[in-house]
Design a protein around this ligand. Structure first.
Ligand code: NAP
Ligand code: ZN
Ligand code: ZN
Length: 358
């Protein structure tokens, strides 16, 4: 076994603290990665705090991971020692269900195994089955090749980390619903996911409207690629945009009234929820959907092939996340700032700060 240092939450309210644990030695299909950077997703905060009532402790969060490959198993083909690799929200899945066969491992009918806050099930009877999975706020990780992407040369690695969740979670629905030129697309919520949504929608050729509760973010929204900024609390401005959007990507992290957003959609258009996992309250009114035959749907991260496609697209188009780097010792303050909506637009932990700590 490999001894690894990280930071863990031990319950739903105490700060994250240093924690040492074991990872398996790489098997024939495994990639061992020395982690360089780990993004802080709002999901890390939700899970550390048990907001989704499914938290397993001790919990080492982190599913936006970039690092250097240090060792690969004999059967590994796409990566070798020295390559730069990325790991996102999943580390395993059944490989046999219809979703897995269509490269949609995130929708595995047996349940994809999450990078942290999950138990390694015995899909392949590998060592460590039944143990908790531990994420990227740590020095090293061992992951099977299928769940590792290759990061193209020349990218700014600290700003690549958030692509592994915020990037793919926004890329996947934009691609699935074929967002592109000639369309008016709204991205709701300018945070980690939202700022990637704006960059991608713009790069795909759409007319992009940033829909925000924060007037002070308007300038940044334009810099990130938005053509217009719409303040969701300004009812006159919302009314002026009624029935005009081809697509809405909603990243708001908590239950909220979706009816005013549905009113923005054109007939037959779609709003995709990626932010809120708990109850959508107050209720969706039937007429918000019936009037105009509108679609309200959701989307979860993205498959591994699609994640590679997204990273390659980013390399080609010079797209990365806008980040604020922190040492791991500041992780608890960063969590507080996430909750205060004070992030521009993703915290990334420099794992050197963990490695260098005595
Ligand atoms: P984030 O960085 O905190 O950004 C969320 C943004 O939503 C904020 O910047 C804010 O934007 C807006 N917002 C926050 N509270 C709000 C409220 N009460 N009412 C209206 N708007 C509000 O979070 P994130 O990391 O982007 O994650 C967003 C959500 O997506 C989280 O719940 C996370 O768990 C979830 N998530 C889902 C998936 C998936 O697979 N579906 C993957 C990753 C994350 P403005 O200031 O612009 O209004
Ligand atoms: Zn995430
Ligand atoms: Zn499956």
């Amino acid at each position: 076994m490999i001894e690894v240092r990280g930071y863990a939450a031990h319950d739903d309210h105490s700060p994250l603290v240093p924690f040492t644990f074991q990872r398996r030695e790489p098997g024939p299909h495994d990639v061992q990665i020395e982690i360089l950077y780990a993004g802080i997703c709002h999901s890390d905060v939700h899970q550390a705090h048990n907001d989704w009532s499914n938290s397993l402790y001790p919990m080492v969060p982190g599913h936006e991971i970039v690092g250097r490959v240090v060792k690969v198993g004999a059967e590994v083909k796409k990566l070798k020692a020295g390559d730069i690799a990325g790991v996102g929200c999943m580390v395993d899945s059944c490989r046999q269900c219809s979703a897995c066969k269509e490269d949609l491992e995130q929708y595995c009918e047996q349940g994809a195994i999450l990078t942290y806050n999950d138990k390694a099930r015995s899909y392949k009877e590998r060592p460590g089955s039944g143990q908790l999975t531990f994420g990227g706020y740590s020095e090293q990780i061992v992951v099977e090749e299928r769940f590792v992407v290759k990061v193209p040369a020349g990218m700014d690695l600290k700003a690549v980390a958030p692509l592994l969740c915020a990037g793919i979670t926004t890329w996947s629905p934009l691609r699935h619903w074929k967002v592109g030129s000639g369309q008016k697309v709204g991205v709701i919520g300018l945070g980690g996911l939202g700022h990637m949504g704006v960059k991608f929608a713009k790069a795909l050729g759409a007319h992009v409207v940033m829909i925000t509760t924060s007037p002070e973010k308007g300038k940044d929204a334009k810099r990130l690629g938005a053509d217009e900024v719409l303040l969701s609390r300004d009812t006159d401005a919302m009314a002026a945009h009624a029935l005009s959007f081809d697509f809405l990507l909603n990243t708001i992290p908590v239950g909220h009234d979706v009816n005013p957003y549905l009113a923005l959609l054109k007939r037959d258009s779609t709003m995709v929820m990626v932010g809120v996992l708990t109850a959508i309250e107050p209720p969706v009114t039937g007429v918000s959907l019936i009037g105009g035959r509108k679609n309200l749907t959701g989307s979860g991260i993205g498959g591994m092939a699609e994640t590679q496609e997204m990273i390659d697209f980013c390399a080609e188009h010079g797209i990365v996340s806008d980040i604020e780097m922190i040492p791991i010792q500041a992780v608890n303050q960063a969590y507080e700032r996430v909750l205060k909506n004070d992030v521009k637009y993703r915290f990334v932990i420099d794992i050197a700060s963990l490695r260098d700590a005595a």
